[in-house]
Ligand binder design. Structure first.
Ligand code: ATP
Ligand code: MG
Length: 335
């Protein structure tokens, strides 16, 4: 088939409103300690597509595997099993040198970046690091680029000579964003980019991330504990529990079906006290956060566990358009 016909097919598919997948995650597992028996998976059989231009949210309790999944997509961690396809290239077995060629297209705003910068580095050195690794521009050109990026994130050239301890948490957060975007990536994993900052600043950073996404045509995986932030900026949200996907939905709202997602929603602060009474605690308390040997991973904490949940793991199946659920009882299309 000629290149022209391939382009035409792609053009007509896009015209029909079909979106292109930037990332395809196929049956991905991560086990950090392969010798342990039984094996414990930080990420367990995850299959998921991330569409070009979308903001995909990833939520779930601490330790459920969010950062591990984000790192595997950028090959900062190697999957134990499964495939990762980026821009239609299977990068699962790419070598360090092969990854170098595409590393500038995929970046991460690291969890806790704000506190993780080298204290002996100035802002200029922090943001220069990726440029020095990937760009052959002159020092002058690099500095121009850095200043332009600082301005995009609401800082300016006066910050070039500052050390991280001379900035506020919000300013450091912006430097982390500038560092991730300086190579003009296509895909960014934002790992808790707005955690532990106050409400006003959170709004500013979220607005900034949305603006930058529009300007640079970015695709984000937005990892967060913060349901309100996720609902504010994400097109779809993936809910994880102990390494498994429980639900994929357009937002953590009244439409959620999985008992775990309902519990997450119940745990968010609702300003109106009249509405709070509807959101009661929906988890079995005091149960150990341990992966059961068989059946549904959520069985120990679910209020609705039945016999089948103890023996058979529910598959993730479509409930409605773009809404997927892994539960034996709350998905209308369950067979
Ligand atoms: N390098 C590592 N070696 C061994 N175990 C690890 C490693 N990194 C993560 N883990 C384990 O994998 C599991 C998932 O960790 P991960 O950091 O992905 O969780 P998370 O969902 O990002 O949590 P949080 O919300 O606290 O950031 C945890 O049990 C963690 O202890
Ligand atoms: Mg994490």
């Amino acid at each position: 088939m000629s290149i022209l016909s391939l382009c035409l097919i792609q053009f007509f598919n896009l015209k029909k409103g079909e979106s292109v997948n930037l990332l395809e995650i196929k049956g991905v597992y991560k086990c950090y300690n392969e010798k342990q028996k039984p094996k414990v998976y930080a990420v367990h059989n995850i299959s998921l597509n991330i569409k070009k231009g979308e903001i995909l949210g990833l939520v779930g309790e601490s330790g459920c595997g969010k950062s591990t999944l984000g790192k595997m997509l950028l090959k900062l961690e190697q999957p134990t099993r499964g495939r990762i396809i980026f821009n239609r290239h299977d990068i699962t077995d790419y070598s360090f040198n092969q990854m170098r060629k595409i590393r500038n297209s995929m970046q991460m705003i690291f969890q806790g970046t704000a506190n993780a910068f080298n204290p002996y580095f100035t802002v200029k050195q922090i943001i220069s690091e990726p440029l020095n690794n990937y760009s052959s521009e002159s020092a002058e050109e690099k500095e121009k680029k850095i200043v332009a990026m600082l301005e995009k994130v609401g800082l300016n050239h006066t910050y070039l000579t500052r050390y991280s301890q001379e900035m506020s948490g919000g300013q450091r957060q912006r430097v982390g964003i500038a560092r991730a975007l300086i190579l003009n990536p296509e895909f960014v994993v934002c790992d808790e980019a707005v955690s532990s900052i106050d409400y006003a600043l959170k709004r500013q950073i979220l607005t900034l991330l949305i603006d930058l996404k529009r300007q640079f045509d970015l695709t984000y995986l937005f990892i967060s504990h913060d349901i309100s932030a996720v609902n504010k900026i994400c097109d779809r949200v993936v809910v994880m529990y102990l390494g498994n996907i429980m639900e994929i939905i357009s937002g953590i709202n009244d439409k959620v079906q999985h008992p775990y997602t309902k519990a997450l929603l119940a745990a968010t602060l609702v300003p109106d006290p009249k509405k709070r009474s509807k959101n009661m605690v929906l988890l079995r308390e005091g149960e150990e956060l341990k992966i059961p040997e068989k059946g549904c991973v959520f069985q120990n904490r679910c209020l609705y566990t039945q016999e089948v949940c103890k023996t058979k793991q529910p598959a993730l199946v479509p409930h409605n358009d773009e809404h997927y659920i892994a539960c034996h009882f709350c998905c209308k299309n369950r067979i």
